[in-house]
Design a protein around this ligand. Structure first.
Ligand code: AHR
Length: 657
């Protein structure tokens, strides 16, 4: 066999054809399933980092709309012809409304358009699209009806590219809402919003808002459709939210509290985003969480895209890299109550306290929550002690809710070993493992789960990303990173009885506002693109299958021999065999896939291939530079010849007849 191959090689090279330097026979035992693949296997992990929520998927264009940032006029510029003392005052009504205490009081002195106004700079500018409708709204209060607002969208040269007038017609002591929609006449990446005042006297303003008309599912006050579409296209099995480190907070006052994120948006209490100050070299002083995007919206998003919701809650511990603040055990109850109430919010009927909040927000049907995480990257005996209290209370009331438990920040070492041991003793449902490591780690760990215990706690690969050269900053999403993840993921898939969920992290990054790289999807104010890592994730997710079947090379799993990695599964619904092969070598390979346990195969299969130089990237100008390419492969009998280019990832789907 080898001799014959050598002759063929010689013949090919003399004919000027590519020389395939490696040849292996991979045996696929299609009738011997070894594990079920859960529908939740491949998911996404969302955190408000890198302007992921505010300035990201939350489509609000006005920054600091309710003047609650530490500097109340951050993001705003006052425009005036002549300075008049006290004409713009930020007033704090703590005694009236503790969740949104500040508002802006404007005193107009017979103001005409152009005399007195405000400009909002947006989140690193506002992406404005020609012909698109923009929905402006505002809350106001005035003693008599005297105010007109002249609204203008402007480009970087201050040219007006869209405008309208809004008359504030209500008067009295109460707050009112006014809204108007208008269209933009040009497309600009970094526009701004002007508001000019016309009238005389005092007007109080709050919740000044501007949304594009093309939000996801056209929901008013909704999400940025292009970004959500990229998620929906992946068909993720779950969405993990809202983090990440923001769950922990730099101290406990800064922890994520879901109850502050539901109900009317003007009553959601803004908070500094911990990524505002986390990295001195990537400071983002204007990064806050408005919670316009809160737990209801996350659940709704999961509903929309057919993903299981996976909320992560604070466990009574703040980030241990920061304050490491700890709630004493005798004060943990409110934290546990938050977890119990969340199940009621998601699943309870409209007669329950929290089920009613959900129903009042427009979703009387339950969200069908099945799992939640307790703690993010927490560690040590303090974590285990608190987790046990959560576990006892949640399982007593909701025995079917699966709990995801932290194994700390690293996939090995003393902390990991301690937690892994303790969690298995506790019979934790899921152990959340995180790996931010170099590409070598991912190649070397393709066998990691082959030797894991098959019974007891399951693994959730809750955060992972291959980290190439640190100095590369925002350009770390190379094909090397992505192909190493693909190699590793074949090992996850092969061990789907042990690893039942996995998600890359982080998900989104704004090119002008990121703190952490690499990331799965990059955006600016108008565009978004998937990285090579995104396409790897998507290929696994769209080719998930339902049962793992063995694929072997010389009776061993395919996990690094000649830089080859492979996994195989059956999709029972479509009656297809799916084979994934990574050739991480710099040589082309021609491999024979020998299928056993199949009666007959279709004459053609669908082959999807990603291949590139290891340093290749995607970008706004070239968003699919590294992306899957589909073709058809002819099949004769039960042997398939698969030509794998250097540094390639191939997914083959063949119908079983
Ligand atoms: O994904 C970025 C951060 O990495 C997450 O917030 C945290 O859980 C991890 O350390």
């Amino acid at each position: 066999m080898k001799k014959r191959f050598a002759i063929v090689l010689l013949a090919m090279s003399t004919m000027g054809m590519p020389v395939f330097s490696q040849n292996h026979t991979l045996i696929v035992k299609a009738a011997q399933p070894t594990a079920d693949i859960q529908p939740t296997m491949w998911g996404v992990f969302f955190e408000d980092i890198n302007l992921g929520a505010d300035g990201g998927i939350y489509a609000e264009l006005v920054k600091n709309r309710s003047f609650e940032f530490f500097k109340p006029l951050m993001g705003w510029t006052v425009n005036r012809k002549k300075f008049v003392e006290g004409e713009m005052l930020v007033i704090n009504r703590t005694n009236e409304d503790t969740r949104n205490p500040r508002f802006l009081r404007v005193t107009m002195n017979n103001a005409a358009k152009g005399d007195l106004g405000l400009t909002n700079e947006g989140f690193r500018g506002m992406g404005i699209k020609k012909g698109l409708r923009y929905d402006f709204s505002i809350m106001y209060r005035q003693s008599d009806a005297h105010t007109k607002l002249h609204l203008e969208l402007i480009d970087t040269l201050k040219n007006v590219i869209g405008d309208t007038v809004l008359s504030l017609t209500e008067a009295g002591d109460n707050w009112h809402k006014a809204a108007v929609s208008f269209h933009a006449r040009e497309t600009v990446l970094k526009g701004k919003l002007n508001i000019w005042f016309e009238g005389n006297g005092i007007v109080d303003l709050d919740m000044i808002s501007l949304f594009p008309g093309d939000t996801w599912k056209n929901r008013p006050g909704g999400m940025r459709a292009d970004m959500i579409q990229l998620l929906a296209d992946m068909k993720p099995g779950f969405v993990r939210f809202p983090g990440g480190c923001i769950v922990e907070g730099f101290d406990l006052s800064n922890r994520y509290r879901w109850k502050n994120t539901v109900g009317p948006i003007e009553e959601r209490q803004l908070m500094i985003n911990r990524w505002n100050i986390e990295f001195p070299h990537r400071n983002a002083p204007d990064y806050f969480q408005t919670f316009g995007l809160g737990f209801f919206e996350y659940f709704q998003l999961c509903d929309d895209i057919g993903a299981e919701p996976l909320p992560i809650l604070n466990c009574g511990m703040a980030c241990q890299f920061n304050s490491a603040e700890l709630v004493p055990m005798n004060a943990l109850d409110p934290y546990i109550q938050d977890a119990l109430d969340l199940v009621e919010f998601a699943n309870g009927d409209a007669n329950t306290k929290w089920g009613k909040v959900r129903a009042d927000m427009g979703h009387p049907a339950p969200f069908n929550l099945k799992m939640m995480g307790i703690g993010n990257e927490n560690w040590g005996p303090q974590y285990i002690e608190r987790l046990k209290a959560f576990q006892a209370a949640i399982k007593a009331k909701y025995p079917n809710i699966k709990l995801i438990c932290s194994s700390g920040t690293d996939p090995n070492g003393e902390r990991f070993d301690y937690l892994n041991g303790e969690l298995r003793k506790m019979n934790a449902d899921f152990i959340d493992e995180h790996y931010y490591r170099k590409p070598e780690f991912f190649f070397q760990n393709a066998r990691r789960y082959d030797s894991y215990p098959r019974n007891g706690s399951k693994v959730f690969g809750g955060e992972y990303a291959s980290h190439v050269d640190k100095t590369a900053g925002g350009t770390r999403n190379t094909w090397l990173a992505a192909i190493s993840e693909a190699a590793f993921m074949t090992g996850l898939e092969r061990n789907a009885d042990v690893v039942q969920m996995a998600s890359y992290a982080p998900l989104f990054a704004h090119i002008d506002g990121w703190q952490w790289a690499p990331d799965l999807i990059w955006v600016n104010n108008l565009q978004s693109y998937g990285t090579p890592d995104y396409y790897v994730q998507k290929l696994f997710s769209l080719n998930k299958g339902s049962k793992v079947v063995p694929i072997t090379l010389d009776n061993d799993v395919v996990a690094g021999q000649d830089s080859l990695y492979a996994s195989a599964c059956i999709d029972a619904a479509t009656k297809e065999l799916i084979i994934k092969v990574v050739n991480a070598s710099d040589k082309p390979q021609v491999n024979t896939l020998q299928l056993e346990g199949v009666k007959k195969l279709a004459a053609k299969g669908k082959l999807t291939v990603m291949q590139s130089d290891l340093t290749a990237l995607n970008s706004f100008d070239s968003p699919t530079n590294v992306a899957p390419v589909e073709s058809t492969i002819a099949i004769k009998g039960k042997k398939i010849q698969l030509n794998s280019s250097p540094y390639s990832f191939s997914v083959l789907r063949v119908k079983l007849e």
